[in-house]
Design a protein around this ligand. Structure first.
Ligand code: HEC
Length: 162
């Protein structure tokens, strides 16, 4: 029964992928392919971070009408995504030639990176609570703390956009 489940999961592409699996078992093109997926997943989640922030930024700048429910929904999405950052970035795939904007020193200073990721978990949770008050000024203040946490990590560990 256990085996069956693993076969089904594998068929769905849900293979367990950790740093050690990458390093120990995969070779050649398969390893490169897996490493590429790791990076794509990181970038996808970061892209969704931006996507979840967008409507909140619009409301904060009063470019779109404030909708407390919509704001809170985006804040919850961001909080959920922020929980994934540490796990997603753990694997060190620097040995592969991949297009990434992550700076290589991220993995020399992983504890510091993980701390910055945790700061975002904390500030985005506070944002959810603040947004539930239904007051744009309160939400704006909490959002500023989140944006500072995005920036703190990007300044250290993300290459500038080219
Ligand atoms: C703990 C570090 C960290 C935090 C916090 C963080 N990011 Fe990132 N972000 C990165 C790194 C590293 C990259 C580069 C990833 C890559 O190219 O492999 C990145 C890339 C991005 C990208 C580009 C994605 C792409 O398509 O290549 C966006 C957009 C982004 N982040 C938005 C955000 C937003 C919005 C927040 C805050 C809500 C945030 N990030 C918080 C580290 C962080």
């Amino acid at each position: 029964m256990k085996k069956m489940n693993l076969v089904v999961l594998a068929a769905l592409g849900m293979t367990v992928l950790t740093g050690s699996v990458l390093a120990d078992e995969a070779t050649g093109d398969e390893a490169l392919n897996r490493a590429n997926k790791v990076v794509e997943r990181r970038e996808a989640v970061m892209g969704l971070m931006g996507w979840s922030a967008g409507p909140m930024v619009g409301m904060i700048k009063e470019q779109t009408p404030y909708d407390a429910g919509a704001f809170t929904r985006q804040a919850r999405r961001m909080a959920a995504l922020s929980e994934m950052v540490d796990d997603l970035f753990k694997a060190d795939v620097r040995q592969f030639d991949l297009h990434t904007e992550a700076k290589p020193e991220l993995w020399d200073e992983y504890d510091d990176f993980a701390k910055l990721a945790q700061d975002l978990v904390d500030s985005s949770k506070s944002l959810v609570v603040a947004s539930e008050a239904g007051d744009l000024d309160v939400a704006r203040k909490a959002f500023t703390a989140v944006a500072d946490d995005c920036k703190a990590c990007h300044d250290k560990y993300k290459e500038d956009d080219h």
